[in-house]
Ligand binder design. Structure first.
Ligand SMILES: Nc1ncnc2c1ncn2[C@@H]1O[C@H](COP(=O)(O)OP(=O)(O)OP(=O)(O)O)[C@@H](O)[C@H]1O
Ligand SMILES: [Mg+2]
Length: 342
């Protein structure tokens, strides 16, 4: 564990982040529209939301690698006390990979089929660590493989990417992302293309790495089951905004936002659920190229009242470290699946 590890210290604070895409004809897609969240050092934060809610754009914004025609329109990204949106690109390059590592959705494309795993891992190390020797690079490669639970590292290093399953490659990729000892790892849907067993395996690899190194992790997914098991705190995104955030237990047992409740009710994994309780949220997320009036979730919300269609709700404190952007937060009891308006 690194010396700088202190309880309650935020390694990352994202404040009012806005990332827009100019898509032509004067249209602007507000993919991320005023997102706020923080991550404590050595903790795991799960970001959940449906496809298109702005999860990847948020993670790419943190790395300052938003695709054209996108741009960061406002906000602050405070990483280890420094606003990443204010530093020169030259400094940002050093932060990428060395301080913050991003794991993408599909790691297969991240490996060169003609290079062994040893070449891959060593290359990352030697490119960034000036003056390091090949034997140091190999030692570090074996260390990071061990961190993600790969104990026969020497054997693995000799092989080529095609000799492994997708799940195993992802595990090696996680190891590779940690070779430069980053303080923060962002895993954007690291398990999307994998089956349930492999998903659990990858998540365990991440947790193992977290326990061994004290690294802080953001896990992004649209699968509530995945994050609810492994995260310390959760952050729910809908249509480019944060609708609810809190420590995991509060969010799972006392969700306040109708969207979060809808997500929880649609997950079979959380506990033993009777199938009759499983219910997907009707309707679709809004078209992000259109102006949002009122709460973006109101057209799909069974509790929506007049105000919800007119005024945008702000993120408000509804409990200790529990925030919710809803005009009429709901009191919902997960245990007996009853809902009472609050
Ligand atoms: N290159 C782009 N050009 C225009 N709009 C974009 C571009 N990339 C993303 N967007 C917009 O940003 C929105 C959010 O995209 P993002 O990739 O962050 O969603 P996501 O939550 O990661 O979804 P998924 O679960 O499918 O990965 C999209 O709905 C889209 O409208
Ligand atoms: Mg995505």
């Amino acid at each position: 564990m690194k010396e700088s590890s202190k309880h309650n210290e935020n390694i990352l604070e994202v404040r009012d982040l806005k990332t827009y895409f100019n898509v032509g004809e004067g249209k602007v897609v507000k993919a991320v529209e005023g997102v706020n969240f923080s991550l404590k050092r050595s903790k795991i934060l799960g970001i959940i939301g449906e496809s298109g809610s702005g999860k990847s754009v948020t993670s790419r914004s943190i790395m300052r690698i938003v695709d054209q025609p996108g741009y960061i329109a406002g906000g602050e990204i405070i990483f280890e006390g420094q606003n990443l949106l204010e530093i020169p690109e030259r400094e940002m390059e050093k932060i990428r990979g060395q301080k913050i590592s991003l794991i993408f959705q599909n790691p297969t494309t991240s490996f060169n089929p003609f290079m062994t795993m040893e070449q891959h891992l060593k290359e990352v190390y030697l490119t960034h660590k000036k003056g390091a020797t090949k034997s140091e690079a190999r030692k570090r490669a074996l260390e990071v493989l061990e961190m993600v639970g790969i104990h026969n590292g020497a054997e693995i290093l000799k092989k080529y990417p095609c000799e492994f399953s997708a799940g195993f490659r992802q595990r090696v990729f996680i190891a590779m992302s940690m070779i430069l000892e980053p303080d923060l790892l962002i895993a954007d849907e690291p398990t999307t293309s994998l089956g349930i067993t492999l998903q659990a395996e990858i998540m365990e690899a991440l947790c193992e790495a977290q326990r061994k190194t004290g690294i802080s992790i953001i896990i992004i997914t649209h699968d509530f089951g995945v994050v609810s098991q492994f995260s310390d705190s959760l952050f729910v995104m809908y249509a480019g905004k944060c609708v609810e955030s809190s420590p995991k237990k509060d969010l799972l047992l006392k969700p306040k936002h109708p969207y979060t409740i809808g997500l929880i009710r649609s997950v079979p994994l959380l506990e033993e659920r009777k199938s009759k309780r499983l219910k997907s949220i009707p309707g679709f997320p809004p078209n992000m190229a259109e102006e949002q009036i009122g709460c973006s979730f109101s057209p799909r919300c069974e509790f929506a009242r007049e105000k919800c269609f007119k005024d945008t709700p702000e993120l408000k404190k509804v409990g200790e470290e529990h925030f919710c952007a809803c005009h009429y937060p709901v009191d919902y009891n997960v245990e007996d699946d009853t809902k009472l308006e609050g």
